[in-house]
Design a protein around this ligand. Structure first.
Ligand code: EAX
Length: 322
């Protein structure tokens, strides 16, 4: 199958005098090839090709070609997909501890989020991913999420009242948006643009990276920099693929994932600086001076979706990271 890692016995590469089968693999993600995920996928592919002396030849399957993020995670579990870059949106359904990362107004800023994910907590959570028939290679990044909509400028929670807002398939996010007064509608990302275009939903929430990569200005006039939740991304591999690799090859996959995350974060940084101007140039009304306190106060009960079952320990440890 094209989308699974296949030994192409016919195409032999000579390395150190030994005939080596070339292995093809695919990196799936839900955004455009030019997006921060596309850049990350390219870095993964290039790094793995270099480290393996051309043994591993990858290509991207961008724009949800392989399905929504939930579908892609399932594909990794059963071994029909190789590598996926995904937000944590649906990942909590597979690895409940990951829900903690999606709590609203938890991370103070990018430095805080990256320190948590690059430290002990990030490693522990990759370990939890590994216990659930997935391989967590690295923490990458999507960015702080902001609300866009087609109806009106949103400055206060009252402005969200009754807005049909697409959320990810994530119980924490749905609860947070109901508490803040919107009408949350969970939906897979590949369906989102059309749903916005047809008015099935009025709005959505995503980082500047995704808003620009998806040209949401074609269907959304207003964006408010609510920064209500930090959205990590995970670089994941299939355990079926991983079981077939040597220790050395696994090391290359980890290095490729680290290079992928670094390239993606660099693009997030670039768009955090340039993105507001890009959205304005494309006709969006961008509201930057949001008072987050009333949103945060209303969203607070969403913490219980996680803490009622798993306790407050992880949340407190995340908050304590400097
Ligand atoms: O991972 O579903 C979403 O809104 C995600 O942010 C998007 O697919 C990028």
């Amino acid at each position: 199958m094209k989308h699974s890692l296949t030994a192409l016995i016919g195409s032999l590469a000579l390395s150190a005098g030994v005939a080596q089968a070339q292995q093809s693999f695919v990196v799936g993600h839900s955004l455009s090839p030019e997006s921060h995920y596309g850049i990350g996928a390219e870095a993964f592919i290039t790094t793995l090709a270099e480290l393996s002396g051309g043994e591993f030849a990858g290509e991207q399957a961008p724009a949800g070609q392989l399905g929504g993020e939930r579908d892609m995670i399932e594909g990794l579990q059963i071994g029909s997909l190789d590598v996926v870059i995904t937000s944590t949106g649906p990942l909590g359904n597979f690895v409940p501890e990951v829900y903690a990362l999606d709590l609203p107004f938890l991370f103070r800023d990018y430095d805080h989020a990256r320190a948590v994910l690059d430290g002990d907590i990030g490693q522990e959570l990759l370990g939890k991913i590994n216990e659930n028939q997935l391989v967590g290679l690295a923490w990458s990044e999507n960015g702080f999420r902001h609300v866009t909509n087609s109806q009106r400028p949103v400055r206060t929670p009252e402005d969200l009242a009754g807005l049909k807002l697409r959320t990810m398939e994530n119980r924490v996010h749905m609860e947070a948006f109901s508490e803040m007064g919107a009408a949350p509608t969970p939906m897979a990302f590949p369906e989102l643009f059309t749903a916005l275009q047809q008015g099935v939903v009025d709005g959505q929430e995503n980082p500047v990276t995704v808003i620009t990569a998806s040209k949401f200005w074609e269907v959304q006039g207003h964006v408010s920099l609510t920064g209500h939740v930090y959205s990590p991304a995970a670089v994941l591999a299939s355990p079926v693929l991983f079981d077939s690799l040597t220790e050395e090859q696994r090391g290359w996959f980890y290095e490729a994932a680290a290079a992928s995350a670094a390239a993606t974060r660099a693009e997030v940084n670039r768009l955090e600086d340039a993105g507001v101007a890009v959205m304005r140039e494309n006709g969006m009304e961008v509201i930057t001076d949001i008072d987050k306190a009333p949103f945060a106060a209303l969203a607070q009960p969403a913490y219980a979706v996680y803490t009622d079952q798993y306790g407050t320990d992880l949340v407190e440890r995340i908050q304590a990271v400097e």
